[in-house]
Design a protein around this ligand. Structure first.
Ligand code: GRF
Length: 205
């Protein structure tokens, strides 16, 4: 079975969308583990309700970032994880961690990258006065919000939109796109070539 893990620090609406898609058979993989670095996060109870194993790993319990990440790596190995899905994980992974799982970590960001990187992607696009923003799912490399892009979707910002209505539209699109990207990965359909992510060509004899 294709085991994958979600890393999250917050409320976990993407986590729930992924579970829902898996239940409907839209993701042919097994969400085997939630890794969470915040013991107050709403995503923990969502995982428990869904019967997903939870590893709460707190940075403050470790002397160094390396020790913290080593504990996470141990959990990933114990659960035979093939893909790491970052869904609101509010911590930068070290270059060593990213290299260890090169091409096996994906992230979702609430803007059309490379515009509006960082923690406030929705607010920044709204306040900037952008007319179009959106959602990006990308592979993770050593720079923040930077790796090769898997899928993007656009959202119009209308004059009547408020920050709240824009957030709602963005999250709705995230919940549609993230399961699609996970399924493409687990189905072996993604090939990275430089900055480009292309559909893998069928083997011809
Ligand atoms: C999402 O908007 C995602 O794009 C960003 O963090 C947020 C997580 O939301 N990286 P949730 O915890 O999945 O509801």
């Amino acid at each position: 079975m294709n085991n994958f893990a979600v890393f999250a620090s917050g409320r976990g609406s993407n986590f729930s969308a992924i579970i829902k898609a898996a239940k409907k058979g839209k993701i042919k993989g097994n969400l085997a583990l939630l890794v969470c670095d915040n013991q107050e996060a709403g995503v923990i109870s969502r995982a428990r309700r869904a019967g997903v194993k939870v590893a709460v790993v707190l940075r403050k319990d470790f002397a160094s970032k390396t020790d913290f990440e080593n504990r996470i790596i141990q959990k990933l190995k114990e659960n035979n994880i093939k893909l790491i899905v970052l869904a609101g994980f509010m911590r930068l992974l070290s270059p060593e961690f990213v290299r260890l799982y090169a091409g096996q970590i994906i992230n979702i960001h609430p803007s059309l990258l490379p515009a509006f990187k960082g923690e406030q992607g929705i607010r920044d696009a709204f306040e900037y006065g952008a007319k179009i923003t959106g959602v990006t799912v990308h592979f993770v490399d050593e720079k923040m919000d930077h790796g090769p892009i898997i899928i993007q979707g656009a959202v119009k910002i209308k004059e009547t939109d408020t920050l709240e209505s824009l957030e709602a539209k963005i999250h709705k699109l995230e919940h549609k796109l993230y399961p699609q990207a996970i399924e493409l990965f687990l189905d072996g359909k993604l090939e990275i070539s430089g900055r480009k992510v292309c559909p893998r060509k069928p083997v011809t004899r």
